[in-house]
Design a protein around this ligand. Sequence first.
Ligand SMILES: Cc1ncc(COP(=O)(O)O)c(C=O)c1O
Length: 401
Amino acid sequence: MVQSEQTLDTTDAVRNTQSYESGVVSRRGETVMVAGEGCWMIDSEGQRYLDMTSSQGVAMLGYNHPALTTALQEQAGRLHACPNFFHNDTRAAFLQALIAVTPPHMTRAFLANSGAEAIDGAIKFARLATGRTEIVAARNSFHGRTVGALSITWNPKYRRKFQPLLPDVEFVHFNDSDRLDAAVSDRTAAVVLEVIQAEGGVHVGDADFLAAAQRFCRERGALLVIDEVQTGFGRTGRWFGFEHYNLEPDIIALAKGLGGGFPMGAVVYTSEVQESLFSGAHGSTFGGNPLACAAGVAALGVYRDGLIEHAERAGCRLRDALESAIGRRRVVREIRGRGLIIGIDLRTKAVPFLKTLMEEHRVLALPAGSTVLRLLPPLIIGDDEIAIAVEAIASTLPSSA
Ligand SMILES: Cc1ncc(COP(=O)(O)O)c(C=O)c1O
């Protein structure tokens, strides 16, 4: 009896958590996803859904990609755990591959398990490297839900019930260089920014603003931390979003696509930052797990073999197709983004349309803010799938001009 009550409670808790986390997609409550293949998720009834979300931006290679699946199987059969005080061949291979794709001035990496953990690591490293505590972040930012990451996440909905959070955080308007200028001082440890604010509504950073952020950091001895959790690994058509702006961040936070959907995160940083870290300054039991690293080696290999160029082309095709199908409709305020992160900003709430897309067209999409319908498809998306998604969106949104 007790056993079954516990089971029931647990099931409900899991379902509620999922509903909260993934917005409309699981609010339906009844859908049980059991498999995936390429850009498609498959439910327990055998229904196929075109996943224009990559499971919240992580399954960049789609589902059951042979390189990823084989790497995980092979590693699981060899060594699935290994403490950080031993060297491990797969971890070494992964670190080497990761450092090879980050800018040459970034030579160090700390391995974690999620985006929020990567952000927490970045905050700690910036504090140590500068001896300062103040962080400047942006309004509309989203950096995660651990206490550290939440402290620099703007939306009061996430923060309100958890005050007090970290002190010394100031939020400035995104893309407002004057306010940033006023906020960054010789007490600032770091300016932490996304180059495209993803959860906040798919707002693309202005080149002038981001260049100013780097300049203010350099002039005033603060570090520039770029959160690439959602924009990294080809999502924007380049390895990292900051490459569109020729930025040279001191620290980047990575997760989502890093392991092709296998949970992992990383903080990548300069040797100058490394100099300030003392033994025991940071650590993680699971960070650098061999299975995660095997997934990471496989994913980075696929990105390197042309997937990022494909993503750039696919992003242009998707964007063009959306512009011509719905760009002039009254309900559409703006279509924005870069590569395969696209936000369709509506003049009304996005959630009802997401529901229709899923229930009537079996196409999965995400909200971003209240009025933005966000597309984050797997980077492998092909022309046929683009056509299906665009047609579904076109028939879901009201057609009056
Ligand atoms: C830009 C950004 N940073 C950090 C995070 C937090 O990542 P995680 O959910 O893996 O903790 C997210 C999650 O969506 C994100 O989009």
